[in-house]
Write a protein that binds this ligand. Structure first.
Ligand code: SF4
Length: 111
């Protein structure tokens, strides 16, 4: 239906690009989690999301500094909670990772 897509998390675009490229090789951790959960639903896997991680309710009255996805990000945890991800002065901005493919992440995933 559309040849371009934008993925949003808490009111911010976190990834944007050609649909085929974003779908086949998501570079933002949230897009990858989102996409994998859609694929799981389609394949009717039984693993519950709650068993895979802490997906608690976001506290809008006390928003996080820096990256809005940090409290749920598997890359943030795997990298030892880097300061850059939660520092309000270094909140990630949309950056090109390929032609026409933008990602808001300090550590974009490999294609
Ligand atoms: S900036 Fe850090 S916390 Fe945010 S999505 Fe990227 S790795 Fe995760």
């Amino acid at each position: 239906m559309s040849h371009k897509i934008a993925v949003m998390y808490l009111g911010q675009i976190v990834e944007m690009g050609v649909t085929r490229q974003v779908a086949s090789a998501p570079r933002h951790p949230y897009t990858r989690v989102l996409w994998s959960s859609l694929v799981r639903k389609q394949t009717v896997e039984t693993t519950s999301q709650a068993a895979e991680g802490n997906w608690g309710v976001y506290d809008f009255e006390r928003p996080l500094s820096g990256c809005r996805f940090a409290s749920r990000c598997p890359v943030y945890l795997a990298r030892g909670r880097p300061e850059a991800c939660i520092n309000p002065h270094s909140a990630p901005q949309l950056k090109a990772v390929a032609e026409g493919h933008l990602v808001r992440c300090h550590f974009p995933l490999r294609a």
